[in-house]
Design a protein around this ligand. Structure first.
Ligand code: WTA
Length: 649
């Protein structure tokens, strides 16, 4: 099929039904999907109760959902379970201990496989080590690790003893680690000497050293030796992972946790300068991630599943660790960059491990397109049977390339919409149940009451833009913002009574398919990473030469959005190119390399309304300059999005 099928910019009419062969083996076919959706609509509690039987509960629940204290949901009240038990012990007890759990590939080419039995014993040893260090149920533990199996071991060990992990992406700066330590009042940090990225060692331990100078609550730091680089070990504070586990017992029974016991905090960017600690609890989260992993990825026992996210993001939590391990799947994990040593590294890994399901982000797909078809074409990708996309809208042309060049035209694509806050996938094709359309996440999953509404909360007509909301609570929803419940209520629940506000703009087409266009708040999506404009602004104004700053996104063909900073300087400061570079470096130091501005523009003043609000729409238009060369559909969406934004009122 060709571009001629795009009849209007708002209508992508190409449709791709799953093949008969795929449908024949699928877990949820069209009839089953309809049955589940109808059931969930008619009797949500009964529906979720039945699904939750897939988990191993040590004590059954009394009440499926307690929604009496809106917006604070409690799921499976009275029930008890342990996430680590569900991800490990259960499979070993069922005689599947020798199945590969993690198949790991390091950037330099080293590799390791951990079976479920081996992973369980590593987790038990490390959980015992944590206990020996004084970690107790309810303590917060920061994990700042490279993409190595020990990152998952650390998470599951926390879960085993009821400590809450707060994983901080390895690309964040020392200052960002300190902020998160302090907000969570972390007791302990787990890190590594470094991790491999593009042939270099990222100095994680050195960053932690700097962070710990400003993190008074942290008592100890556990260091895994990944790269054999020299690090400073502070006596009385720092301990080597290998020393700790050397004497630890591999017997550590999983402690039963209340269904609502907090499992983890994950910091994400919102509309203010301060990242928020999204809190997820045990039972509902585990149900959400395991069920969606089973349905959306149509998982079978013999699948080799690879999600290319980092465990530092929600995608890594839900779809590298908890979802797939809860389902007993074989998970591929890769440490490094997609272009190390060459641009074909991902395709080499797929061929090497015979990966069947591949889940990545549109920004990566656009980079692959740029690098050229010769890279995937040089490898045998015939093992693939299903492809996934997450993190940002996928433009139809990138979708088509993914479908044809990576999927060989035979693999369904699941474009999965969800958020750190939703815990699990919310809108996505069930690949054997629904024809896909390039650029649409299709329909909400059974049980998920997602809708597109106008300002008043009424459903919008077909193809009109509106706000994406969720009208009923769902098990894996966030429970609060750690330490700031008021912010939880005002951010997500104050726009409409009893309805969850996603801050995404979307439209629904005449077939009921949802097309998510992007954020309507001040959150940027840069290469699939969430960043708040205000976080970058506050970094800039901390620089002694800066008077004021306004940050906006601009369309970027590769990254989705680029970061443009408008800066006014203090009296007498000269606007030089050197200063631009200095300010960019300053933002990187404050937040991390992911926040490096693409463009810094000096200006004498910032355009403001009479009430003093910065006119962002105006700045966005300037930043975008001449329209980008993106797909027509995407450009039209950007216009609709602009109209939905609050500052365009
Ligand atoms: C965006 C990542 C369009 C959206 C799982 C959302 C998407 C934000 C999609 C959450 C998708 C994620 N299509 N947009 N398939 N998936 N988004 O918290 O704007 O890092 O609000 O979670 O990413 O980003 P987060």
């Amino acid at each position: 099929m060709s571009d001629k099928n795009i009849t209007s910019v708002l209508k992508e009419t190409r449709q791709f039904p799953p093949s008969a062969e795929f449908v024949a083996r699928t877990t949820v076919n069209a009839t089953e999907r309809d049955r589940l959706a109808e059931w969930a609509e008619r009797d949500p509690d009964g529906f979720w109760a039945e699904q939750a039987k897939s988990l191993h509960w040590t004590k059954p629940w009394d009440t499926v959902l307690d929604w009496s204290n809106v917006p604070h949901a409690k799921w499976f009240v009275g029930g008890q379970l342990n996430a680590s038990d569900n991800c490990l012990d259960r499979h070993v007890a069922a005689g599947r201990g020798n199945k590969a759990a993690l198949v790991w590939e390091g950037e330099p080419g080293d590799s390791r496989t951990l079976t479920y039995q081996q992973l369980l014993s590593e987790v038990c040893k490390f959980a015992n080590a944590l206990k020996a260090l004084g970690v107790e149920k309810g303590d917060r533990i920061t994990i700042y690790m490279p993409m190595i199996p020990e990152a998952a071991v650390a998470m599951l060990a926390c879960a085993r003893i009821g400590a809450m992990h707060s994983v901080v992406f390895g690309g964040f700066s020392a200052d960002a680690v300190a902020d998160r330590n302090n907000d969570a009042k972390s007791k302990l940090v787990i890190t590594a000497d470094g991790g491999w990225r593009r042939g270099k060692v990222v100095p994680l331990k050195a960053n932690v050293d700097a962070a710990l100078e400003k993190s008074p609550t942290v008592e100890k730091c556990v260091v895994f030796n990944r790269c054999n680089t020299a690090v400073e070990m502070k006596a009385g504070r720092d301990v080597w992972w290998h020393d700790l586990v050397a004497g630890a017992s591999a017997d550590c029974p999983a402690e039963p946790m209340d269904s609502e016991h907090p499992l983890f905090i994950l910091y994400t960017s919102g509309s203010t300068g301060k990242p928020k600690g999204v809190l997820h609890t045990t039972g509902g989260y585990l149900l959400g991630v395991s069920l969606t992993h089973k349905w959306v990825f149509d998982i079978k026992d013999d699948d080799v599943y690879w999600c290319t996210a980092d465990v530092g993001w929600i995608t890594g939590h839900s779809y590298i660790v908890y979802g797939p391990l809860c389902n007993g799947s074989t998970v591929v994990m890769y440490e490094g960059a997609p272009n190390q040593p060459r641009e074909d590294r991902f395709w080499e890994i797929i061929a090497k491990y015979r990966v069947t399901i591949f889940y990545t982000a549109p920004t990566a797909i656009r980079a692959f397109i740029k690098w050229g078809d010769q890279h995937p074409k040089g490898h045998d990708l015939s093992s693939l049977r299903l492809l996934g996309s997450v993190g940002e809208p996928i433009n139809p042309e990138a979708w088509m390339w993914y479908h044809n060049v990576i999927g060989g035209g035979r693999c369904p694509i699941v474009d999965t919409w969800w958020q750190t806050e939703t815990g699990a996938i919310m809108i996505s094709p069930l690949p054997g149940a629904i024809p896909t359309k390039p650029g649409s996440a299709t329909k909400p999953l059974p049980g998920i009451a997602a809708e597109v509404v106008d300002k008043q909360g009424h459903p919008v007509p077909a193809n009109a833009g509106g706000f994406l909301v969720v009208k009923r609570p769902w098990p894996s929803m966030m429970r609060t913002i750690y330490g700031d419940d008021e912010r939880y209520k005002s951010t997500y629940w104050s726009h409409y009574p009893n309805i969850y506000f996603t801050a995404d703009g979307a439209r629904r087409d005449e077939d009921g398919y949802i097309w998510v266009m992007g954020r309507v708040d001040d959150v940027l999506n840069v290469s699939g990473h969430r960043l708040s404009t205000m976080e970058v602004e506050s970094a800039l104004v901390h620089h002694p030469k800066v008077a004021e700053a306004a940050v906006v996104g601009k369309p970027d063909d590769l990254k989705g959005e680029g970061i443009v900073c408008f800066v006014t300087l203090k009296q007498g400061v000269a606007p030089t190119d050197e200063l631009k570079a200095e300010l960019k470096a300053h933002v990187v130091k404050d937040i991390g390399a992911l926040a490096r501005p693409d463009d810094v523009r000096f200006t004498d003043s910032l355009p403001k309304t009479r009430s003093g609000k910065i006119m962002r729409r105006f700045l966005r238009d300037i930043a975008a300059g001449r329209q980008s060369t993106g797909d027509a559909t995407t450009l039209e969406d950007l216009n609709v999005l602009a109209k939905l934004r609050a500052d365009d009122e």
